[in-house]
Design a binder for this molecule. Structure first.
Ligand code: BEZ
Ligand code: FE
Length: 299
């Protein structure tokens, strides 16, 4: 009988000894997951060869991440975001058929009960920022317009803050709304140009970013959740390609297909029709929803 079969631990057989202890796990998936994690973790420790102090520092870091969490702040999700794990899990779970719009991270600032607004409404409730109109179509992968699709939108303001970060400063539900497409699948609404902003970085994840010489910023974007009968829900953003952080998003959420054209427009007649005072930003972006997966209900 070899040492690992007797349960005796050595540096060499560490993986076999530890994973061998899990053979009576009731849940096969849990056992498989833990086996991989143990194998990869031991591999990392063997490669890094941490000192006792370094290992304790790692434990203290994870402890601080936990302590930073409350009902509103989820520091572990932020850690997953800045390590690229959130985007990887998103990519694995949202492989789309050719032509369908791509997904990206949800982020912590979605509010479930944003008001449903008439098409064309201005979601900017405090008249602060540069006017912007956003419009396009929602179609299926065969190019057919989708009627009755809902488009839940939220964005930061011209200073890079969401309403929920500035309670009492911004009106509630500022820069949020739910729109529903008509028969031609088109949508449009008015807003203001969003600005880049830092992810919450006053905690251990922010310290980690600083220690790694990384900035905490996300390039300017609008968030969307699109839903339609018979289609997979789509959680995504559109981004301003001219943003200074477009190639270094702190959470790796940018995809080429999600770059929209933010066109500065000087058209007094159209500005008048839109109720804008002067120049404005014109953003056109079409979404394509993938068909619902067999056996999966609507989310
Ligand atoms: C956001 O875009 O709202 C976001 C995403 C990930 C982390 C923090 C914020
Ligand atoms: Fe955001």
């Amino acid at each position: 009988m070899q040492a690992h079969e007797r349960g005796f631990f050595t540096e060499e057989n560490s993986v076999e000894v530890v994973t061998g202890r899990n053979i009576n796990a009731k849940d096969a998936r849990l056992r498989a997951v833990m086996d991989v994690i143990i194998r990869k973790l031991h591999e990392a420790v063997k490669e890094i060869e941490p000192t006792q102090d370094e290992w304790f520092q790692a434990i203290q870091f994870l402890t601080a991440v936990g302590h930073k969490c409350d009902d509103w702040r989820q520091e572990f999700i932020l850690l997953s975001d800045v390590l690229g794990v959130s985007m990887l899990v998103d990519a694995i779970n949202n492989r789309k058929p050719s032509g369908a719009s791509e997904s990206t991270v949800l982020g912590p600032f979605h509010v479930a009960d944003a008001p449903e607004l008439p098409m064309g409404a201005n979601i900017c409730l405090d008249q602060k920022g540069e006017d912007m109109v956003i419009h396009g179509h929602i179609r299926d992968v065969d190019g057919r317009p989708i009627a009755g699709a809902t488009l839940d939108v939220w964005q930061a303001n011209d200073e890079g803050f969401y309403d929920v970060q500035q309670k009492g400063i911004q009106p509630d539900f500022n820069l949020r709304g739910l729109f529903r497409t008509g028969p031609d699948g088109s949508y449009w609404f008015r807003a203001v140009k969003p600005k880049y902003y830092p992810i919450p970085h006053d905690g251990p994840v922010g310290q980690l970013l600083a220690a790694l010489g990384r900035h905490p910023n996300r390039p300017a974007h609008l968030h969307f959740i699109l839903r339609a009968d018979g289609c997979q829900p789509l959680i995504t953003h559109i981004f301003d390609p001219d943003d200074p952080y477009i190639s270094s998003d702190a959470v790796f959420g940018v995809k080429k297909s999600l770059l929209a054209n933010f066109k500065r427009t000087n058209d007094p007649e159209r500005a008048y029709e839109l109720g804008f005072g002067g120049e404005f930003w014109d953003v056109e972006y079409d979404f394509v929803l993938a068909p619902a997966r067999a056996g999966k209900g609507l989310a």
